[in-house]
Design a binder for this molecule. Structure first.
Ligand code: GDD
Ligand code: MN
Length: 379
């Protein structure tokens, strides 16, 4: 190995401190009041372990980053990654974990809902060998779920668990858990396969591994949120279903395409309903009705794609209006291509269903491909 001498001489020359054994990754958004108490709790829980904490903040308006940096200036175990133009819990976790050089990485919420005293238990178990990943579970003996904010959340949570369990290669009683630990090298191995969208990074990890991971479930309480508010909602669940679909279809088609096509299908229903209503209750001609229905369906599709398909790069404010305008232009061309191609096929004696279907398919692919680059430009 030619680079060994350099490496050795570098290490000998001036290492300031050893790399931590454990990096605690904390994805956060608007968690400023929870930062200082959380670090104090980690400090208390992790005595005797060389640890660091890495906050990954998506440029929270409440000044979360400023608060973490303030403490980081006093304590070198505290780090902060401030992300601008990138959003989302899963991708924040990935970015934080990939910035670690420790032996183990743990992921924990930044709102004090997870019980940090479980961390040394997880670390000891992993170090003892026999397991690939330790997961805090609310659903094994000794864990509990009291902190879920509402009945609705309980239903969402139970439904998600049931759905996930049906597809999982391993037993995970709490597949939605956002609190777990694994060796850093294992994370790095799996990182390339991760989907990175939405909330469910643990599921993503488990589903991305070719060999089933050996999971240790550690019972944990889920506390009430002390300050700030939850970012989890029904849309997160839609994304979660998408993650499962994506893994089942082995990434053959991009997840976004599924979502885009599904939104498109809903748009057709909206279109027909609007057209039907207009014809029933107004004296407008067919063409005017058709034009109005198209307009409504386009706005509906744009809003839904902006909220779900492109949730992670959602357009807001003036960019929303610009996006809507562009989307309508793009879909306009899509419609022209759709009708044009269907017409040519039909004239060549294809049946109307095949001609219409192929036209529509080409329209969807066009709309998807062009709006992905023009409207929701990956920043
Ligand atoms: N960087 C970043 N970007 N962090 C985020 C984002 C984001 O877009 N959205 C949420 N977070 C952070 C929050 O600040 C918090 O630290 C953590 O991720 C969890 O978010 P919450 O909004 O508090 O989630 P929850 O309490 O509703 O959900 C918890 O329970 C779920 C299962 O029911 C979490 O533990 C989830 O991980 C878990 O899946
Ligand atoms: Mn929470």
């Amino acid at each position: 190995m030619p680079d060994t001498p350099t490496h050795n001489s570098y290490a000998a020359a001036g290492s300031v401190r050893v790399s931590p054994v454990l990096s605690v990754i904390v994805p956060c958004f608007n968690e400023r009041p929870n930062v200082a108490p959380m670090i104090a709790q980690l400090d208390a829980a992790l005595g005797g372990i060389a640890w660091e904490v890495i906050y990954v903040d998506d440029n929270s308006p409440d000044g979360t980053t400023r608060e973490v940096r303030r403490i980081a200036q006093l304590d070198s175990r505290v780090r902060c990654i401030r992300r601008i133009g990138r959003h989302g819990l899963a991708s924040a976790v990935i970015e934080g974990a990939l910035s670690s050089s420790a032996d183990y990485v743990a992921v924990i919420d930044g709102d004090l809902q997870h019980d940090e005293t479980r961390l040394p238990v997880m670390l000891n178990a992993l170090r003892a060998g026999g397991y690939d990943i330790a997961v805090a579970s609310r659903h094994v003996e000794g864990g509990d779920n009291a902190g879920l904010s509402s009945r609705f959340r309980h239903v969402l949570s139970d439904g998600g668990i049931w759905l996930a369990q049906a597809f999982l290669p391993v037993r995970l009683t709490d597949p939605m858990s956002g609190f777990f630990m694994l060796p850093r090298v294992l994370f790095e191995d799996l990182a390339r396969e991760l989907n990175g969208q939405g909330f469910k990074i643990l599921l993503d990890l488990v589903l991305s591994s070719t060999a089933p991971l050996r999971v240790l479930e550690v019972p944990a309480r889920f506390r009430e949120r002390a300050a700030g508010e939850s970012k989890m909602d029904a849309l997160v669940m839609v994304q979660f279903a998408g993650l499962l679909l994506d893994k089942i279809f082995g990434g053959l088609l991009p997840l976004r395409f599924f979502s885009f096509a599904l939104v498109g299908a809903l748009g057709i229903i909206v279109h027909l309903v609007v057209l039907g209503l207009l014809r029933q209750s107004t004296t407008l001609g067919f063409e005017t009705g058709q034009a109005l229905a198209t307009l409504v369906a386009m706005i509906f599709n744009f809003q839904l794609n902006n909220a779900i398909t492109y949730r992670d790069q959602r357009l807001k404010g003036p960019r929303l209006w610009r996006g809507l305008l562009l989307f309508m232009v793009v879909c306009g061309f899509g419609a022209i291509a759709n009708v044009g191609i269907a017409k040519v096929l039909y004239e060549q004696h294809t049946t109307w269903t095949v001609a219409g279907g192929i036209g529509a398919m080409i329209g969807v692919v066009w709309n998807y491909a062009v709006s992905a680059t023009l409207v929701w430009r990956a920043r």
